[in-house]
Write a protein that binds this ligand. Structure first.
Ligand SMILES: NC(=O)c1ccc[n+]([C@@H]2O[C@H](COP(=O)([O-])OP(=O)(O)OC[C@H]3O[C@@H](n4cnc5c(N)ncnc54)[C@H](OP(=O)(O)O)[C@@H]3O)[C@@H](O)[C@H]2O)c1
Length: 248
């Protein structure tokens, strides 16, 4: 971590803010905090000392400008994410799944394309993609989000193969339920975002290809391996649970 220059997308709150704080606490030389609206930067983020960078991840001009500004980057953490809380087939908004694919898949693809040459020019480094248990199993109550995170899991695997000769590792984080705005509607145990950031940074330092960051992620992977049909059926039933209900 010492000497690393880290770019975090979606850094103004939740898991992104935790990555900023924990990376600096662990000796990162510099952290760039990507935020899509620099007028909404919180005091908490300012207090970290991170350099704020304008970065709406779906905006090609913002991505190109950020790659130029952060020319000393050695690590990219693709954290920005969108969960539209709609259903996939019986949706209330036809465009929701497309927006989720833009933010959760095409945006990390664009930032990976933009930052890989920067990281390579700085001697190599790492890309970390913040994914979800919804990436490893079709998760019906996360209609458009689950397929987008699954696509991003494959993005990580393919980028890893392409970028290995450039000295860049790619780590996909499989994350369970975390206590942030995104999961505000979810009941039950939720992880502390700081624990997810610490687990993610450790996985990156180990060079893990894929890392389960918490108990829910471990358990989901185990259930999926043991009996995928039963596990998917169980997830399907959750579609009708009040706490997780989607709009339609
Ligand atoms: N919370 C969970 O239970 C959970 C579980 C598994 C995985 N994750 C993943 O963890 C990551 C962080 O989510 P979180 O839980 O911290 O949720 P969050 O509190 O809702 O934060 C999401 C962050 O992404 C940013 N963002 C969204 N769309 C963006 C865009 N187009 N351009 C730039 N930034 C954008 C948001 O910025 P604004 O503040 O400007 O909206 C915010 O900073 C996401 O990838 C999410 O899918 C979360």
């Amino acid at each position: 971590m010492a000497g690393a220059t880290i770019v975090v997308t979606g850094a103004n709150r939740g898991i992104g803010l935790a990555f900023v704080t924990e990376a600096l606490a662990r000796g990162a030389a510099k952290v760039y905090a990507g935020v899509r609206d620099t007028t909404t930067v919180t005091d908490e983020l300012r207090a970290t000392g991170a350099e704020i960078v304008q970065l709406e991840v779906t905006d090609a001009a913002d991505v190109a400008a950020a790659a130029h500004t952060c020319s000393d980057a050695t690590v990219l953490i693709n954290n920005a994410g969108l969960h539209a809380q709609d259903r996939l087939v019986k949706c209330s908004d036809d465009e929701a799944a497309r927006r989720e694919m833009e933010v959760n898949y095409f945006a990390p693809l664009a930032t990976t394309r933009a930052f890989a040459p920067v990281i390579a020019a700085n001697g190599g480094g790492s890309i970390v993609n913040v994914l979800s248990v919804a990436a490893i199993a079709p998760t019906a109550f996360m209609g458009g989000y689950s397929p987008a995170k699954a696509a991003a899991l494959y993005l990580g695997g393919i980028a890893r193969a392409e970028l290995e000769p450039d000295g860049i590792t790619v780590t996909s984080l499989i994350v369970g339920s975390v206590d942030t705005q995104m999961a505000a509607h979810v009941d039950g145990h939720k992880e502390d975002p700081r624990d997810i950031a610490v687990a993610g940074l450790k996985a990156m330092q180990r060079g893990d290809w894929t890392a389960d960051t918490d108990t829910m992620a471990f358990q989901s992977r185990a259930r999926m391996a043991l009996d995928p049909v039963r596990y998917e059926r169980g997830l399907g039933k959750l579609l009708f649970a009040d706490a997780l209900s989607t709009k339609a």
